[in-house]
Design a protein around this ligand. Structure first.
Ligand SMILES: *Cc1c(COP(=O)(O)O)cnc(C)c1O
Length: 377
């Protein structure tokens, strides 16, 4: 090891040191005010995020999973309705679909971008299909122009899972640029600590330009309440703590510079691993910026388990996102979800490896990581 600092997948401590004064003072203010729930910082953060995303409404909530669930409730999806999403994603995306009694319909992804395959998506549409949930996996937008066209043609809702891509820009053919999550009917994000905009606990938000939908999202996240103690629909309790809002205010200001730092790391990796026969670097698409929630390699002819162990011995963490496709999980057993049903996802789950990716990686550390990887493969 060259550096005395331990290499981490995500360095939240190093990032905190740089915003410590602001965050500490803000948290102390919240404690002094005792406005722990729905304090002024929550409204302030909401307004700042609306302006950053150029979206009419941001509705904060307790976490990204709740955001997805509340979105599906607010869109009036009913038990038995089918919701299409990607097989290659974090479980939360498909879990809430099943929890609400809706039917999660998984489809395969593209091998280069890890995003939902639009041809497969269109094939999976039935008269029962009501919504599509694209996941902007690892920080780059799905093929939203084509996806929105398919959704429009079949009259489907689009719920974007932006948990990994907050801040990414999508450019349409006509030159219009929109932030990830503001393209479909509703965007759902997570402020889990390790996400690109992470707080110091759980947090999440929904965004939409539809004012009626915003009203419903807000109502459902507050016990289905329109006026205090008047409950028009069944809702849940899903709030963002004031203390978390303070952290998010400090980090939102820096989100673009964080994305820049992540892109520098990605470029460093790209260059070091370019054209290596055993390492496939992540593809960048033309119409989306990448905010690199993860930097994910595809290994070819490499013993992944051994490589991961050898890297760990040299002080370099690496993670497998995700090791098991959703269609192979017992929780999602169905006639459709057979072994081999989604070959691209199966191949990805067997070959991906994510390297350390965060805002605090310096060149010396990156040199060490890339040199070591190249020596071991
Ligand atoms: C993190 C994540 C979620 C869930 O967010 P939580 O805040 O942990 O509930 C949903 N979808 C994706 C793709 C995620 O990465």
């Amino acid at each position: 090891m060259i550096s005395t600092k331990k290499i981490q997948m995500v360095d939240l401590k190093g990032q905190y040191e740089k915003i410590k004064d602001e965050v500490d003072a803000g948290i102390q203010n919240v404690i002094n005010s005792t406005a722990f729930i729905n304090g002024p910082a929550v409204k302030e953060f909401q307004a700042q995020l609306e302006s950053y995303l150029k979206v009419k409404h941001v509705i904060p909530c307790a976490n990204g999973t709740d955001a997805l669930q509340i979105a599906m409730m607010a869109l009036g999806l009913k038990p038995g309705d089918e919701v299409i999403t990607a097989d290659f994603t974090y479980v939360a995306t498909a879990e809430v679909i099943g929890l609400l009694g809706l039917v999660p319909v998984l489809v395969d992804v593209y091998p280069d971008t890890f995003d939902i395959n639009i041809e497969e998506l269109e094939k999976a549409i039935t008269p029962k299909t009501k919504a599509i949930v694209p996941v902007h996996l690892f920080g780059q937008c799905s093929d939203m122009e084509r996806l929105m066209a398919v959704a429009k043609k079949h009259n489907l809702f689009v719920i974007e899972d932006v948990a990994q891509a907050i801040g990414a820009d999508y450019t349409f053919k006509d030159g219009t640029i929109k932030k990830a999550g503001t393209i479909g009917h509703v965007g759902c994000t997570s402020f889990f600590p390790s996400k690109n905009l992470g707080c110091y606990g759980d947090g999440g938000a929904m965004y939409t330009n539809d004012s009626d939908l915003a009203q419903k999202l807000k109502m459902i996240s507050h016990h289905g309440q329109s006026v205090q103690y008047v409950h028009d629909v069944l809702g849940c309790n899903s709030r963002l703590d004031t203390i978390q809002a303070v952290v998010l205010i400090a980090k939102l200001k820096r989100l673009d510079s964080y994305a820049e730092a992540r892109n520098k790391v990605a470029s460093f990796y790209d260059k070091a691993f370019a054209n290596h026969p055993k390492l496939k670097t992540p593809k960048r698409v033309k119409n989306s910026t990448h905010v690199f929630h993860q930097y994910t390699l595809q290994l070819n002819g490499v013993d992944r388990t051994k490589l991961k162990e050898q890297l760990a011995e040299k002080g370099i963490p690496a993670m497998i996102y995700y090791p098991i496709p959703l269609h192979k999980q017992n929780a999602f057993k169905s006639d459709r979800n057979k072994d081999g049903a989604f070959p691209v996802t199966e191949k990805l789950c067997a070959s991906v490896l994510s390297l350390p990716m965060h805002t605090e990686l310096d060149e010396e550390t990156l040199n060490y990581i890339t040199k070591t990887v190249l020596e071991l493969v």
